[in-house]
Design a protein around this ligand. Structure first.
Ligand SMILES: Nc1ncnc2c1ncn2[C@@H]1O[C@H](COP(=O)(O)OP(=O)(O)OP(=O)(O)O)[C@@H](O)[C@H]1O
Ligand SMILES: [Mg+2]
Length: 374
């Protein structure tokens, strides 16, 4: 475009300041390109000067440094890559989030979609979030989901792995990784954040741990609004309060309720069996209170055995539930729950739980007399 628009320079300056202050180096670079092109005819000196700046090999600290030109940081001793990079995050199945978690995640995505409105109000999008919850409920999955929705690469720094292999240099390593991540428009996941807290009891390493906590605090404080920093932890209580206070948003991931397990199992089983609905219902009762990862383990193990043994999936699912390992009283209770929920007939309940039909009937009559059944 070569139209003369002297007043446009003011607008350009404002836009440039906005991008630079928001810490969006890639956008700054693209914008300078556009301005240079636009003014090639009417302000050739300006266009040349800008082109020269873009050509100059950017220094380490330069905000114009391109992400793709920066090598991934590696540990200086082992040369191992310190983090995993998923350039195009991919989910094998759609996650199921509890309502409060879903709302929090949608809010993060919404803010990223409309940063200008926030900037005009003197605000920036949420920079950092802490995901808390027991193992296997979708914390890592949620970070991947966010990266996919935001169309950004996902960088994962597993603090447990980093700490176990090179604690002596962990502070440096973490700084290297976070410096790199800051220069890329990404979602950075600090996974297993409580690994730091757990190491605190080991004597002799207090100094290095203190340094690490200091580095983390500094890095979280300096984190640019353009990036999204997520940390995941199993126990909020274990974390140094100085660290978790710094996160702008905390999302608690609960264990799935029955409906969530049902929906998860139905989606996982539907492509492989016609009785998916009934079995999803059975699993939601038998595995009540278990994390998604456990439901997934049962389903995959049953499918594997069905494939290898030429057996039917329902039989293998019943086996994978491993009810034999339960005490008799628990198996009777499970049989009753399955029947009460209309998930199965008395005969099927007997097959699944290994409890004789007579025994089940007797217990049901007792239960009725006791009046504890609706
Ligand atoms: N909310 C969910 N929706 C669907 N699948 C899930 C969900 N949570 C977990 N899963 C399944 O369980 C697997 C493990 O989940 P994930 O790695 O996200 O757990 P986590 O909360 O990060 O656990 P940890 O604390 O052990 O790291 C996932 O790969 C996914 O298949
Ligand atoms: Mg995880």
């Amino acid at each position: 475009m070569t139209t003369k628009r002297p007043a446009g320079i003011d607008d350009d300056l404002i836009q440039l300041a906005r991008l630079a202050l928001a810490g969006r180096p890639q956008d700054v670079q693209a914008f300078v390109h556009r301005v240079a092109r636009r003014h090639r005819a009417d302000r050739p000196e300006l266009a040349d000067a800008l082109a020269e700046l873009l050509r100059e090999s950017p220094t380490r600290a330069s905000p114009l440094r391109r992400a793709s030109e920066t090598p991934l940081p590696v540990d200086l001793d082992t040369r191992l890559h310190l983090m995993r990079v998923e350039d195009e995050p991919f989910l094998t199945h759609e996650p199921i989030f509890a309502p409060a978690v879903a709302r929090g995640l949608e809010q993060l995505i919404l803010e990223r979609g409309r940063p200008d409105e926030l900037l005009r109000a003197g605000l920036h999008p949420t920079r950092s979030a802490l995901f808390i919850g027991p193992p296997g409920v979708g914390k890592t999955l949620a970070a991947r989901y966010l990266a996919r929705e935001l169309r950004r690469p996902l960088l994962i720094l597993d603090l447990a792995a980093v700490m176990s292999s090179y604690l002596g240099r962990t502070g440096n390593n973490v700084r290297l990784v976070l410096d790199y991540a800051k220069s890329v428009n990404c979602v950075l996941l600090l996974d297993e954040l409580d690994a730091i807290a757990k190491r605190r009891d080991d004597g002799g390493e207090i100094g290095e741990l203190k340094r690490l906590v200091t580095v983390l605090i500094q890095q979280i404080d300096d984190w640019p609004p353009s990036g999204l920093l997520i940390a995941a932890s199993n126990h909020a209580g274990l974390l140094d309060p100085a660290i978790w206070r710094r996160f702008e948003l905390t999302l608690e991931f609960p264990l799935p309720n029955r409906e969530a397990v049902d929906a998860f199992a139905r989606a996982a089983l539907a492509p492989h069996m016609k009785e998916a609905d009934a079995w999803a219902h059975i699993l939601s009762i038998a595995l009540d209170g278990k994390p998604f990862s456990e439901i997934e383990r049962v389903i995959v193990s049953a499918r594997r055995n069905a494939a290898l043994n030429g057996a039917l999936l329902p039989q293998e699912l019943a086996k994978a539930l491993d009810v034999d390992a339960l005490p008799k009283s628990a198996r009777i209770e499970l049989a009753n729950k399955l029947i009460d929920a209309d998930a199965v007939s008395q005969r099927q309940a007997s097959e699944i739980t290994g409890i004789a039909r007579d025994t089940i009937r007797t217990h049901r009559r007792d239960g009725d007399r006791g009046g504890d059944r609706a």
